[in-house]
Design a protein around this ligand. Structure first.
Ligand code: BG6
Length: 299
């Protein structure tokens, strides 16, 4: 089993008792973070947040019991960083290369309010026909979980056209009692019906079958009402014009080797980014920042 190496420079960033490196499954290195009010785990593989939990509460994020942990595979659950393309691309892995590359840890900063801020950088952004670019991912673990993905076009003469998405898997108590608000009146592409263009008419989205929707031109907050866990998760974002809602439901869950047959009942993805018609075009030297804040309140 390959053990992912942590460099001496990265090792120096550890803050004992607050942010320490550990070996994860499959030999993949992770950082375990303890803040005053919460805990989190982030793998260097994909800069993948797999866990966030406020003290004395159930985890906010879903992580599949069947997830693979291997250098050439994406982790199933948590927050995959989707970049520089979303979905399928001919001759390339789905959802871009960022989620299966090893990111470097550049900073771990204890903040005065008891939270911890970590900065990751994707070391090698070349490939798949894109001009050179840089990607920094800043994760702040505190009372809430804040994520910031900054992409800069490092080319001197080419536009960078890309998609991004923080493909967040939320843990829910019982999908049949979940409803999602904040999308009324928003148009979406329904991937379950061959990308048919539709408009959300209801006050709330209920998940009652396979759901795979790319909501477009929407930057407002989305809330996941979870009666079983008696909580409401709030997804606030900026620099994001798309929201994706995904649940594989029964048949697709069975087809997925890295997802339990029954796990569709305890998760829903509400993803924030810029995909499809909302893809981003950056002139040489320009940057784009996607920020997502995840919080929760009792119901
Ligand atoms: C969602 C897509 O964002 O991710 C779905 O809209 C896709 O179409 C899902 O099935 C999971 O993708 P993957 O590549 O992680 O299996």
């Amino acid at each position: 089993m390959a053990i992912m190496k942590i460099s001496a420079g990265e090792r120096k960033l550890e803050i004992p008792g607050r942010a320490v490196f550990a070996d994860g499954p499959g030999g993949l290195a992770k950082i375990k973070i303890n803040s005053a009010s919460s805990s989190a785990e982030i793998f260097l593989h994909g800069a993948h947040v797999t866990h966030f939990q406020r003290k004395d509460e159930p985890p906010l994020l879903f992580l599949s019991q069947k997830s693979r942990f291997a250098e050439d595979q994406a982790i199933r659950g948590g927050i995959p960083v989707i970049l520089p393309w979303f979905g399928a691309r001919e001759g390339q892995p789905a959802h871009g290369f960022a989620r299966t590359r090893t990111w470097e840890v550049k900073e771990i900063v204890p903040l005065p309010d008891g939270s911890t801020r970590l900065r990751f950088r994707l070391p090698d952004c070349a490939g798949a026909g894109f001009p050179p670019f840089t990607a920094d991912y800043i994760v702040t673990v505190g009372d809430v979980l804040e994520l910031q993905l900054v992409v800069s076009n490092a080319s001197s003469d080419r536009e960078l056209v890309f998609e991004n998405c923080l493909h967040t898997y939320f843990a829910v108590g019982d999908i049949s009692a979940v409803f999602i608000t904040g999308l009324k009146g928003v148009s979406y592409r329904d991937k379950v019906e061959n990308f048919a263009e539709k408009t959300e008419t209801g006050d709330a989205v209920k998940i009652v079958s396979e759901t795979d929707r790319v909501y477009q031109d929407t930057s407002g907050p989305v809330e996941i009402h979870d009666a079983a866990l008696r909580r409401k998760i709030r997804v606030e974002k900026s620099g994001s014009a798309s929201t994706v809602v995904w649940n594989p439901w029964i048949a697709k869950a069975r087809e997925m080797a890295d997802f339990g047959d029954e796990e569709y009942k305890t998760m829903v993805c509400v993803e924030s980014g810029n995909v499809g018609k909302n893809k981003i075009t950056l002139a040489p030297g320009k940057s784009a920042t996607l920020t997502v804040k995840l919080s929760r309140a009792a119901l």
